[in-house]
Design a protein around this ligand. Structure first.
Ligand SMILES: O=C(CO)COP(=O)(O)O
Length: 251
């Protein structure tokens, strides 16, 4: 029997936040400790500069994560940060392969694969992002593109305990646009099938998040779609009230 998947609501702060933003994090941590996210697990991924500080807060119910890492554990890589360093700072998870990194830093599936493997090597949870561009969707290539990214980015031996997939259509990020629930269901079903093909029962347990313009007013509808095991939230994760309203879907 496969254990039910525990939903995960993750906030990706991107390049936003200063030390004063700890007030928002504290509000989230306190509310979640009081049951605001129900059965969902909650993760906040601030920029590198805030990871250690957030992780040192009283936050028994909330995990802290990072938004990227280098594939190597240490060495001559100026400006980079390893998964081991993030673990040392108190992170429990690392987002890899976000479309903004794929676009801004030219990260290929092979690079993302190496980063995801590094996150697992460090004993952290890798949140591996995939998603098609608007042009790819309009050309009818969504399933093919997402499947290729998934196969190329998720390392061998992935388990439900150390890997999460985030489906984020590039055209839905920061635009206020979202796919129809039928479109989300189609992509998530394909991802699930492929994970089960590759990883068997573990593939059944790996959580698949939806990301891209998740807001308090559409979260319930999106989270109710089959094989949607939570959300990866950008803009709406910066305000505690909005982020908590989204996590509150699982109360
Ligand atoms: O990219 C995202 C999360 O990683 C989604 O961002 P938005 O929620 O701002 O659309």
């Amino acid at each position: 029997m496969v254990a039910p998947r525990r939903p995960l609501v993750a906030g990706n702060w991107k390049m936003n936040g200063f030390r004063a933003s700890i007030a928002e994090f504290r509000s989230v941590a306190a509310a979640v400790a009081g049951g605001a996210a129900g059965r969902a697990e909650v993760l906040v991924c601030p920029p590198f500069t805030l990871v250690a500080e957030f992780a040192a807060e009283p936050r028994e119910a909330v995990e802290v994560g990072a938004q990227d890492c280098h594939a190597k554990p240490s060495g001559a890589h100026t400006g980079d940060i390893s998964a081991e360093m993030l673990k040392d700072a108190g992170a429990g998870a690392v987002i890899v392969g976000h479309s903004e990194r794929r676009a801004d830093h030219g990260e290929s599936d092979a690079v993302v694969h190496a980063k995801a493997a590094a996150v697992r090597r460090a004993g952290l949870v890798a949140i591996v992002c995939v998603g098609e561009t608007r042009a790819e969707r309009e050309a009818g290539h969504t399933l093919e593109v997402v499947r290729r990214q998934l196969d190329g980015s998720v390392p061998e031996g992935a388990t439900a305990a150390d890997t999460v997939i985030a489906y984020e259509p590039v055209w839905a990020i920061g635009t206020g646009l979202t796919p129809t629930t039928a479109d989300v269901a189609e992509v998530h079903a394909m991802i699930r099938d492929r994970l089960v093909e590759r990883f068997g029962a573990e593939g059944q347990g790996i959580r698949i998040l939806y990301g891209g313009s998740v807001k308090p007013d559409n979260a319930a509808e999106l989270m109710a779609v089959a094989n949607v095991d939570g959300a990866l939230v950008g803009g709406a994760s910066l305000k505690a009230a909005d982020f908590l309203a989204i996590a509150g879907v699982y109360r």
